[in-house]
Write a protein that binds this ligand. Structure first.
Ligand code: C5P
Length: 232
């Protein structure tokens, strides 16, 4: 597998309301960061055109669009997304959805499966009509993602240790819920430091608020990249 640089392992979540806010943050981060995640908030506010520009300028982009629809619609969506030039795209880990996305992806685009949303607990699954516990459904969907040929999973660093032996080293594991020592946890319940997440086997770390809300975002990003380098 290709060696990933420490800087590239840090994905900054551009969870901001406008393209202008995103551009200001990107400017402040300068060449300290080369990988950005764009989710619903920014994607629905002009963020897809920004994604294209970022790619054009030599950055990498993770489109966190969590697609899920009938196979034909997912495939068409993935084909359109592929034209943006993103590196990662998320889909929900339903077999039909993953199969359609994997079949429609272009060579540069990697499909990441979201197993079970981390806001769900066993009661939420029961309420939605599932008879399985979260841990069992995560394991089932991880196995299906491997079998179908998805490129990776989005998961908590707490799950990396058990998922890695299950999915093997070819699957890319991308982990949010990262907090440098001393950073506010916000609504994240189980947080890992950047060094801990890399040490347990995460490939990429998604960091939002600890960087976005810092008085000096570049300094925080540089410190995270240093910590990643020390842990790899
Ligand atoms: O601000 P913070 O570092 O908590 O941001 C984490 C990012 O990762 C957010 O964009 C959030 O939507 C995303 N995410 C997450 N937990 C998941 C999947 C995605 O926090 N299970």
């Amino acid at each position: 597998m290709l060696e990933i640089s420490s800087r590239e392992r840090l994905i900054v979540a551009l969870d901001v309301p406008s393209v202008a806010d995103a551009e200001r943050m990107i400017e402040r981060l300068g060449d300290g960061v080369c990988f950005y995640k764009i989710g619903y908030q920014l994607a629905f506010a002009g963020g897809l055109a920004l994604a294209e520009r970022l790619v054009h300028e030599g950055n990498r982009v993770f489109l966190d669009l969590k697609l899920h629809d009938i196979g034909n619609t997912v495939a068409q969506g993935v084909e359109s997304v592929a034209r943006i030039g993103a590196t990662f795209l998320t889909v929900h880990a339903f077999p039909q959805t993953m199969r359609a996305a994997v079949k429609a992806r272009s060579p540069g685009l990697r499909i990441l499966a979201v197993t079970v949303l981390t806001s769900y607990n066993d009661d939420d699954l029961a309420e939605a009509g599932y008879g399985e516990r979260v841990a069992d459904l995560v394991a089932r969907r991880a196995d299906q993602a491997v079998e179908i040929g998805a490129d990776g999973l989005v998961c908590s660093a707490a799950e990396v240790a058990s998922l890695r032996p299950r999915v093997g080293t070819a699957m890319t594991l991308v982990t949010p819920g990262i907090r440098p020592v001393g950073a506010a946890t916000g609504d994240q319940k189980r947080v890992f430091t950047p060094g801990e997440a890399i040490a347990v086997g995460a490939d990429y770390l998604v960091v939002g608020r600890p960087i976005l809300e810092a008085s000096d975002p570049r300094r925080v990003a540089d410190a995270i990249v240093d910590e990643i380098a020390r842990a790899t």
